[in-house]
Design a protein. Sequence first.
Length: 266
Amino acid sequence: MGWEFLGIILAVCAVLCAVGFYKFVYFLSIGYGFAIAGGGITVLILALANGWAKGVEWLAVLQMLLFLAYGIRLSGFLLVREIKNASYRKTLKEATGNDKKMPVFVLVTIWICVAVLYTAQLSPMLYRYYNGSTDVVLPVIGIVISALGLVLESAADSQKSAQKKLNPNMVATQGLYKIVRCPNYLGEIIFWTGIFVAGISTYQGAGQWIIAVIAYICIVFIMFNGAQRLEKRQMGRYGSDPAYKEYADKTPIIIPLLPIYHLNKQ
């Protein structure tokens, strides 16, 4: 199982997402990006230092760069948005209880849980090299899938920012938002689908499969839960707008062509 190496990754993720003690939502946002980027670098260092990636060092570097790009983009985007966008800061405060102080034991519990989750999300990369796998077909396919998800997520965030500048009193409805209402969440799901796929040919034993599968299920659940909470906020703000209602009733919320239009009771 490589518990000692999972422990090292866990420690790195815990340190990097500890920014959540400053503002607890950062555990799940900015700290998330930091942890994934730092965790990917840690896996590469472990693989090279222990000689696990012999013959496929290029693949280990490529996977690390993917995690690095993901983390830098996510944390950078969120930081810039919070610093520059007063409306977003207001929405963030409302969604998180106006910066209401949380008990220390609650913060510590959240911190431990997210650090464990981020470690599990990185586990497919660790297992590939820890198990001495040398195949490249599935990991390359997985990297391509993840890259597409990252591009989709980045484009969705960019399009949303541009549309909100032009019309701050309406949700984004153009571009990727014509296909689904939460294309950024769809991109996130696709990204982690690629990570899971990249490890399929290397998981050994029930333990490795369980950790990888649970991590994947968790991220999909988190994305749907995020879409549900976003829809609730949008209904509260735009629910009386006929244009919004028509858009929401005709555009799938997160998965293209899947006729799931609402995650909240109407």
